[in-house]
Design a binder for this molecule. Structure first.
Ligand SMILES: [Zn+2]
Length: 79
């Protein structure tokens, strides 16, 4: 749904609009955190936790569970 390029451009799928606003916000913050940390190592998760105000790895598990409800529709529309 989102991507941060090597030159720090954030790209979002236009279909992100099918997801609830809270998931869109988390996606944007995730990609914004990649501007500072271009990886998923501990320093990335710590930084993202600061942006989210809670444990980012825990939120990622909840995010993945929440997003799975929409995944079939998302992949269908992306065809
Ligand atoms: Zn990432």
């Amino acid at each position: 749904m989102g991507q941060c390029t090597y030159d720090n451009q954030i790209r979002l799928s236009p279909l992100i609009v099918i997801f609830p606003p809270a998931l869109i916000d988390e996606t944007i913050l995730h990609e914004m955190a990649h501007i500072k940390h271009h990886h998923h190592r501990k320093s990335f998760w710590n930084y993202l936790s600061t942006l989210l105000g809670s444990d980012a790895k825990e939120k990622k598990l909840l995010y993945d569970m929440a997003i799975s409800k929409y995944w079939e529709l998302y992949t269908f529309v992306m065809k």
